[in-house]
Design a protein around this ligand. Structure first.
Ligand code: CTP
Ligand code: MG
Length: 228
């Protein structure tokens, strides 16, 4: 779980993963949901290097119930994932990479991705159709192209991989290519097919302040349903 980002688009404040949603740190929500997935035996968190102790204390306090390993994240998401991969126990064969910034992704989504890998797909991403029309534009704001929407998907995490494939893809990747914004992208680069499964509307990434409003509304609805 890459969780080492600052959250610059969210504005000033603590590292994004430590910011609360409905009073609970995003990282805790994200780790808890992932740990609840049937196929998940261990969660490796790439924490903000300066906040490692706080992350450790938080995850102990919330009593996750699944083995959690904490490593220091890197300067880029890719580097954070690479460091987390290096800390995986040797017996692990299937890996999910899941953003701490998607704390509401349900554990069923993780299970569906793991199942697709077990069914024989070496790289699996959850994705949703896009609602907006997407255009390519140049720096001057001139439209270059309107992309056919039926073919477009907004890709989420958790993304699932055969462990060796993901390790190979990371080993082959250039150190910091800003166009490589997900792990499946690294796999595509080395010519391996990536399979798409249905994403989940609650798998949204908390990126901008308005996403916090939406995520907290979703959480309030969820908690109201589960109230005694
Ligand atoms: N991430 C990471 N290490 C980094 C940068 C990002 O582990 N050096 C993680 C984030 O913590 C997040 C995920 O990658 O869980 C997706 O990144 P993003 O949503 O871009 O988060 P931030 O990089 O924190 O946000 P921003 O780009 O607005 O600063
Ligand atoms: Mg970022």
């Amino acid at each position: 779980m890459p969780a080492a980002g600052r959250g610059e688009r969210l504005g000033l404040g603590p590292a994004k993963a430590l910011r609360p949603l409905g009073g609970v740190p995003m990282l805790v929500l994200a780790v808890r949901a992932l740990a609840e997935a049937r196929g998940v035996d261990v969660v490796v968190v790439a924490a903000p290097p300066d906040d490692r102790a706080e992350v450790q204390a938080l995850l102990s306090a919330y009593d996750i119930g699944t083995e959690v390993v904490i490593v220091s994240g890197g300067a880029t998401r890719q580097e954070s994932v690479r460091r987390a991969l290096a800390a995986l126990p040797p017996e692990v064969e299937i890996v999910l990479v899941h953003d701490a910034a998607r704390p509401l992704a349900p554990s069923e989504l993780a299970d569906a991705v793991v199942q697709a890998v077990r069914d024989g797909y070496d790289a699996v991403v959850p994705a949703l159709p896009v609602a907006d029309t997407i255009k390519r534009v140049d720096e001057a704001g001139r439209v270059l192209e309107t992309l056919p929407r039926e073919q477009l998907r907004a890709v989420q995490t958790p993304q699932g991989f055969r462990r060796q494939l993901l390790a190979d893809a990371h080993a082959a990747a250039p150190p910091a290519d800003p166009t490589l914004t997900d792990d499946a992208g690294l796999v595509e680069r080395i010519g391996v097919a990536v399979h798409v499964v249905p994403g989940h509307p609650e798998g949204l990434k908390v990126t901008r302040p308005i996403d916090v409003v939406f995520a907290e509304a979703l959480l309030a609805r969820r908690w109201a349903r589960h109230a005694p």
